[in-house]
Write a protein that binds this ligand. Structure first.
Ligand code: NOJ
Length: 654
């Protein structure tokens, strides 16, 4: 009797969770039996009351007549060590409240909404336990809203389009988001804060896109399955974390690592994983010198592979990617992908001999599986294909899912649907068991799962340099750090020195190609041009590519504005600093303040645009300068239109 009276009084209630530094407050509320939340920063509302809940198939919606049964609070303050990445240590510092809810109906169901409030983020997820009359459910709609000001500015790429995430970022207003856009969705609010709405730990669920709902509020739009539902799940089930990153500036947003903190630590041994730099039988295909398909100009021949292995040894690069080595590239490969064999080399490629030679030379081969989205075909060969590589000592695979949809179980599904998410996960877990690392192209977006599965070293998942030749402009790489890269590393295929080639003319200066190694982090990083460009044409510039690390101790963003420019410094494990900066179509001077350094004196090697460099008509003009630098110094660096710079700071041992 008493208990029910208490519950009734709770019909309208509010609970607050405050961040450890006190600046961010999340308010969870039940209003007339419906649940919602609100987020404030410095007492200003940045997300106004937003609805929570689900519509289900064959079941009443899970969003009304709700009562709070119990609240459980927790405080966490720890440092997490990541195996590789932009920062070796990240903070996991939050105040948590889990709200255990029930329905005031005849057959009440129960579920929990768990909130974590960090200094620089709010995250929450739904947790649904199994119940006698509720063991399995089909979600037709997740009702989560993110009620930001309609007048806030945002930078978007469209969802449900044939090229997946590979679009140019466009500035817009929230009130214009009438069709779905991908996350991370970066937002500048009228109160002057920067947010990015994203998700963490995406497993067994459709990926979250965002659009205005019928109330004109920004809301989750979960990628549908071909049966028009959003997900079929067995209970217990937890949704991914809904993540709102919060910062005082766009630059500060780029240092947000909460996504990783929301993912659990690995449960398997991953000590065998290491990051990799590699060249590839690759760009020669893009510029038309070689072909993926067998024939006179076939790229993946035994002879070319041996030559490239020798080149990798001379260049001091540890890996070699070989694309087009297997049966299935003949004719229109995008249509014929269903015939790809992942265990049959073309007749002119002696895989065993190449693998033996690579092992003798200490070069890691990066295998290649282009599925063209024919996942049924790939899954039927998956175990054999990974065994085939593992038996030959191949410990890295680049996978690809070109094609606008996946074919799974004979149906066309979005790459980002629950079924697509589960397929990618299957490959990651199988690869982990076989001690193989992955670089997934046409991937599912990053949600920080590489903390749990560090063998997932990189992804593509945005326009990369393969789009050069007209489809990207210099501003693209100035959007990425503030948008796509908030979801983790990207294989952008940097290091193309052959800028003026006739097939894929690049919008870059040559030193900008070095900057990309620092501004676009990737655990598997390509030196994407052909070896002669490095050995014969620009050996001095190549020195930077050889030296730049693939994992860092610490990252310090230095300067930037969304779509304008970005400058970042990263410290290696031997206490060198690598700095990269890129600008859009406009030239600019950046004053570097070295106050992030310790008390050492450093020798700076500076790779910068020459005063007359220009991405359009003078892309090769550059200078390499040496300076002594201490933490008291400033340095004025010039970036040409479409240009960029890179710096190595080596401590001088006095
Ligand atoms: C698209 C990938 O992004 C690219 O790197 C790859 O070479 C082609 N697909 C062919 O697999």
């Amino acid at each position: 009797m008493f208990k029910w009276a208490q519950l009734l009084r709770q019909d309208n209630l509010t609970r607050e969770i405050t961040s450890p530094d006190g600046r961010t407050v999340c308010r969870f509320a039940i209003k007339s039996g419906a649940i919602c939340y609100q987020v404030m920063r410095d007492h200003k509302t940045i997300i106004d009351y937003s609805r929570l809940g689900f519509n289900l198939s064959g079941e009443a919606p899970l969003r009304r007549n709700l009562r709070l049964v119990r609240t459980k609070n927790r405080i966490k303050n720890e440092k997490i060590e990541l195996q590789w990445g932009e920062d070796r240590f990240i903070d996991n510092n939050y105040h948590e409240s889990a709200f255990y809810l029930t329905e005031s109906t005849k057959n009440p169901r129960i579920f929990t909404v768990r909130f974590r409030v960090f200094n620089d983020a709010v995250a929450f997820r739904y947790e649904i336990p199994p119940q006698p009359k509720f063991q399995r459910l089909t979600i037709t709609e997740e009702l989560t809203e993110f009620n930001v000001s309609p007048n806030a500015t945002t930078w978007k790429i469209p969802a449900y389009q044939p090229d997946r995430y590979e679009y140019n970022y466009e500035k817009s207003y929230i009130y214009n988001l009438i069709s779905s856009v991908h996350t991370p969705l970066t937002i500048s609010t009228p109160a002057g804060y920067f947010l990015s709405i994203h998700e963490a730990a995406l497993y067994n669920y459709g990926s979250m896109t965002l659009k205005l709902n019928d109330n004109n509020i920004l809301a989750a739009d979960i990628t549908p399955l071909s049966d028009h539902t959003k997900a079929h799940v067995n209970l217990p089930f937890e949704t991914p974390w809904r993540l709102i990153m919060i910062a005082d500036s766009a630059l500060a947003l780029t240092a947000n690592r909460v996504m990783y903190a929301l993912n659990p630590a690995p449960t398997m041994d991953f000590s065998w994983v290491h990051t990799l730099k590699f060249i590839g039988i690759w760009w020669a295909m893009y510029v038309g010198e070689w072909t993926w398909a067998p024939g006179e100009r076939h790229g993946a021949t035994t002879q070319h592979a041996i030559e490239y292995i020798n080149a990798a040894v001379r260049l001091g690069i540890s890996g070699l990617l070989i694309e087009g080595w297997n049966d299935g590239w003949e004719g229109n490969w995008l249509e014929n992908g269903i015939h790809n064999s992942f265990t049959t080399p073309t007749p002119d490629f002696d895989f065993d001999a190449v693998a033996r030679y690579a092992r003798r030379q200490n070069i890691e081969l990066v295998g290649h599986h282009e599925t063209v989205g024919f996942v049924d075909n790939y899954e039927s060969q998956l175990e054999d294909a990974y065994n085939y590589y593992a038996a030959r000592g191949v410990r890295f695979i680049k996978t690809g899912y070109a094609g606008s949809m996946m074919t799974i179980n004979g149906r066309h599904e979005y790459h980002h649907s629950q079924i697509g998410v589960n397929h990618y996960q299957k490959t990651i877990e199988l690869a982990a068991r076989k001690h193989i690392c992955l670089d997934i192209h046409e991937p599912i977006k990053g949600t920080g799962i590489e903390r749990t599965f560090p063998n997932l070293l990189s992804r593509e998942g945005a326009r990369g340099q393969e789009y050069e030749g007209g489809a990207i402009s210099p501003s693209h790489a100035c959007f990425l750090p503030y948008t796509r890269l908030l979801s983790g590393g990207m294989d952008y295929t940097p290091g193309i020195f052959d800028i003026e080639n006739s097939v894929k003319r690049l919008s870059t200066t040559i030193t900008r190609q070095l900057a990309y190694y620092v501004t676009i982090y990737s655990g598997m990083t390509m030196a994407a041009d052909r070896p002669f460009m490095y050995e014969e044409r620009f050996p001095d510039l190549f020195t930077f590519i050889r030296r730049v690390p693939t994992t860092y101790e610490r990252t310090v963003p230095l300067a930037g504005e969304i779509g304008e420019y970005y400058v970042v410094a990263r410290e290696s494990d031997d206490h060198e600093w690598y700095i990269g900066g890129v600008t859009n179509e406009s030239s600019r001077h950046v004053i570097l303040d070295f106050n992030f350094l310790d008390s050492n004196t450093y020798l700076a090697t500076i790779y910068a645009d020459a005063p007359d460099a220009h991405y359009r008509d003078n892309p090769y003009a550059h200078q390499i300068l040496k300076r002594r630098i201490t933490r008291r110094d400033n340095l004025d660096i010039y970036l040409a239109p479409g240009g960029g710079f890179a710096i190595i700071l080596s401590p001088l041992i006095s």
